[in-house]
Design a protein around this ligand. Structure first.
Ligand code: HEC
Ligand code: HEC
Ligand code: HEC
Ligand code: HEC
Ligand code: HEC
Length: 483
């Protein structure tokens, strides 16, 4: 009961004392509603946020808002129980007589407030959903942990594809699965109990045909793809050697033999078993054809009883068993240097730059482990090399040399992440076979059926025709008019 003799401050004080829960709830709601509305409007207008502001705006504030809303009726409930318990008279019941203008006005106000609340909540949850699907959220919130994948993603052919488009399959079940998995990961980051480097392959990924297939039609016949690669030699001239080859890719259902033609053929399923976590060694393969026929292949000298392989140990091969580095492409020093020389980030006229670049990149990892600053190490080592061997370059080509040093440092920054224990070659690339085993994990002429009749072939021409191999000026390029 409000005591009329206490003046208005006393009255408010008494109200707060009596039902502070409701009052606290309304304050939370009002403040967070205002702030959420401002952030949501900014989000819709496309104002960029830092990841932490993003979490505050789209996750914490709306949470506080809903908490406030819940506290309001809770306060009223607690208040009523207390009144009943201490026999304080209930305030007179409001008579909901819609003929009364007062009640009608009240109804309109309540209705409008509900509408406003509803708008704020739905706006905020929409923005929260969009935000949590963004590459920024996935890549930068857990900065150290995801930095390698985020960085590699930025300059890949898939830089425009959001993390969730490959990592979360379509449909509600995979979304829920991913969010639960995500919570687990957030917990790991907060408690520091994550693996460094993060384990690959990612066992929980959905069938790649559902994710990759959203954009790349597996039915498509890609035919033969022409590849030209340039490998700069470790000599003074950085002599460029070119290889030209025609990859027989084909497509599902294509009558022509080829990589996709065979591996993506309709009704064919390839299962394999790998005794190591990273699937680098493959000891058993089973191919099931639609007509019920199946063939088993065993690695040379690997005695295995297929019946002894647990169900979950058998992996159904999909796109990512070949294209495992579709976007997180970590390069080896030689490959990265070749690319920088080809696209002009490093001037090919600098004597022996290929050789010294690769050498310094390899040595920098060990130097950093010993506590040295890797980028400083790269710069001083390369400078010293030219001072000792090519003084003229240091004097006349200082700027070209500095540009090259910066490019070599970039290669290091882009591929090496000591905090996550990622050095050169931590994540092998399974496409091809020249840098890592890749296709040769199976195609080594050493995996055969028990009777020896079927062998997984290493014959060069089933996958490609090598038209030129490490030549300075392959004739074929002139014929084709390719530089
Ligand atoms: C084009 C598809 C694609 C996109 C886009 C993508 N990933 Fe991946 N991601 C993969 C594949 C494929 C793997 C490797 C799966 C395997 O080997 O099991 C992977 C693996 C990973 C791994 C495990 C460690 C590793 O390097 O294998 C992490 C962490 C990861 N991704 C995070 C991200 C983040 C963060 C983003 C967004 C910045 C992202 N991914 C975007 C396809 C993608
Ligand atoms: C949201 C659409 C999308 C998804 C999902 C997607 N890709 Fe792509 N992919 C693209 C685009 C766009 C390109 C770039 C085409 C270009 O630049 O020529 C590309 C390029 C590629 C290339 C050629 C790369 C190169 O070096 O030029 C391969 C191979 C590829 N994707 C495989 C995959 C695989 C495997 C997956 C699943 C793990 C996948 N993609 C998921 C859209 C997608
Ligand atoms: C047996 C291994 C293998 C499997 C499985 C496989 N691919 Fe490929 N794919 C290749 C090879 C090898 C190439 C040749 C080009 C290259 O080296 O990137 C290629 C080429 C491509 C290209 C064209 C790249 C370009 O340079 O234009 C796309 C896109 C692609 N694959 C998508 C897929 C998708 C999607 C799937 C799953 C449905 C898949 N691949 C399954 C090995 C495979
Ligand atoms: C998990 C094992 C495995 C891996 C890894 C694998 N393959 Fe295969 N591949 C097979 C099997 C099994 C066959 C069928 C062999 C036979 O004819 O008995 C096959 C057949 C093929 C064929 C058809 C051969 C023919 O005679 O026409 C091509 C082409 C091919 N693979 C390309 C590739 C390429 C390219 C890669 C790497 C990007 C690759 N494969 C990786 C298991 C594998
Ligand atoms: C099972 C399929 C397969 C077989 C068998 C195979 N290759 Fe390849 N090879 C590939 C693929 C796929 C690539 C391209 C990788 C890429 O896209 O970077 C490649 C790339 C190459 C390259 C180019 C490397 C570069 O980047 O310059 C050479 C050279 C090569 N192969 C030689 C051979 C020789 C020689 C044989 C026979 C002993 C052979 N390959 C057998 C699949 C195969």
């Amino acid at each position: 009961m409000v005591d009329e003799t206490k003046g208005w401050i006393g009255v408010i004080g008494q109200l707060v004392w009596r039902n502070w829960i409701t009052l606290f709830g309304s304050s939370l709601t009002t403040v967070s509603a205002g702030a959420t509305a401002v952030f949501t409007a900014m989000g819709i207008a496309g104002v960029p946020f830092s990841p932490y502001i993003g979490i505050l705006a789209y996750v914490l504030l709306p949470g506080v808002f809903v908490l406030g809303l819940l506290l309001i009726p809770l306060g009223a409930y607690v208040d009523r129980r207390r009144r009943r318990a201490s026999n304080i008279a209930e305030p007179a019941h409001i008579n909901l007589d819609f003929n009364s203008p007062r009640i009608r006005r009240l109804a309109v106000v309540v209705g409008m407030l509900t509408l406003v609340n509803f708008t704020i909540i739905s706006g905020a949850s929409y923005e929260a959903a969009v935000y949590m699907e963004s590459t920024q959220f996935c890549g930068q919130v857990c900065h150290t942990v995801m930095e390698p994948e985020f960085t590699a993603h930025l300059d890949s052919p898939h830089s425009q594809v959001k993390c969730v488009e490959c990592h979360i399959g379509p449909g509600l079940p995979s979304l829920i699965h991913a969010k639960l998995n995500g919570l687990n990961q957030v917990y790991g980051v907060l408690t520091g109990s994550y693996e460094a480097p993060i384990l690959a392959p990612v066992h929980a990924m959905v069938d790649a045909e559902l994710t990759c297939g959203e954009c790349h039609n597996p039915e498509m016949d890609l035919g033969d793809i022409l590849r030209v690669t340039t490998d700069y030699s470790p000599d003074e001239e950085n002599t460029p050697l070119k290889s030209v080859f025609l990859l027989h890719v084909g497509g599902r259902g294509s009558p022509q033999a080829g990589i996709h033609s065979w591996h993506l053929a309709p009704d064919r399923e390839v299962f394999f078993y790998s005794p190591d976590e990273k699937r680098e060694e493959i000891s058993y393969i089973k191919v099931e054809e639609g007509d019920g026929e199946s063939v088993e292949y065993f690695a040379d000298g690997f005695e295995i009883d297929p019946a002894g392989i647990p169900e979950e140990g058998l992996r159904r091969m999909d796109c990512t068993d070949c294209h495992n580095r579709a976007t997180h492409i970590f390069k080896l020093p030689g490959v990265a240097m070749n690319e920088a020389l080809t696209d002009g980030r490093i001037d090919t006229s600098l004597p022996s730059i290929k050789m010294i670049g690769v050498e310094v990149l390899e040595a920098a990892v060990a130097a950093e482990e010993e506590g040295e600053d890797a980028l400083g190490f790269i710069s001083s080592r390369i400078k010293k090399y030219y001072e000792n061997n090519y003084e003229k370059v240091v004097k006349d080509e200082g700027e070209t040399l500095d540009t090259a040093i910066a490019a070599v440092q970039d290669i290091y920054r882009r591929n090496i992440f000591p905090k996550m224990n990622i050095g050169w070659g931590e994540y092998p690339i399974h496409i091809g076979h020249t840098q890592f085993d890749g296709c040769f994990r199976c195609h080594d002429d050493g995996h055969a059926s028990r009777d020896g009749e079927r062998v997984i072939s290493q014959s060069c021409t089933i996958c490609h025709n090598v038209i030129a191999w490490q030549e300075e000026n392959p004739d074929i390029l002139e014929v084709l008019g390719v530089q």
